[in-house]
Design a protein around this ligand. Structure first.
Ligand SMILES: Cc1cc2nc3c(=O)[nH]c(=O)nc-3n(C[C@H](O)[C@H](O)[C@H](O)COP(=O)(O)O)c2cc1C
Length: 149
């Protein structure tokens, strides 16, 4: 298997980004941030209204990536949980990628309610070997509470 590792993350309020940078610097892998093509509302109530009113249809276009995923044997995926599921920009990336032969290591930044996100990821990334998830749980003030496997 190709030994190169790429970390791909999406972060709306910065928590996933912080962990992503820590991992990147610790293991020395490449890093790619997913950037939405059009702005995502900062206001959480507006954002939640948009996600919930459109149901599971919440993919949003992302800017072109700078790394070529076919050059990597393993991909670390970092993202927040949105309404129990994967955030729209990450969903766009996952559905547009051919995951065959790639090993995925997912981590989620959450407020503590995250049952479906990992299973949604597994069902989208067909052909990948998906490792067990890691959850980083924060309180409402953004204070780190615990890590859960
Ligand atoms: C629109 C929206 C929906 C969210 N839904 C959930 C959820 O279902 N479960 C949960 O535990 N946290 C939820 N959260 C909280 C985020 O997952 C959490 O704050 C995360 O750490 C944010 O990561 P980020 O700073 O990288 O964007 C939600 C946040 C937003 C903005």
């Amino acid at each position: 298997m190709n030994p190169k590792i790429l970390l791909v993350y999406y972060s709306h309020t910065g928590r996933t980004a912080e962990i992503a940078h820590l991992i990147t610097h610790t293991i020395g892998c490449d890093e790619e941030q997913l950037i939405p093509d059009s702005p995502i509302p900062d206001n959480i109530y507006e954002l939640r209204r948009r996600i919930l009113s459109r149901g599971i249809e919440t993919s949003s276009k992302i800017k072109p990536m700078t790394h070529d995923i076919t050059q990597y044997g393993a991909v670390i995926l970092g993202m927040p949980v949105w309404e129990n599921n994967i955030p729209a920009p990450m969903r766009s990336f996952l559905t547009a990628t051919d995951w065959r032969g790639i090993k995925i290591h997912p981590f989620f930044s959450t407020g503590g309610i995250y049952v479906s996100a990992y299973y949604e990821l597994c069902s989208i990334c067909k052909g990948a070997a998906v490792a067990d998830p890691l959850y980083l749980v924060y309180d409402l003030n953004g204070r780190f509470l615990r890590m859960r496997e």
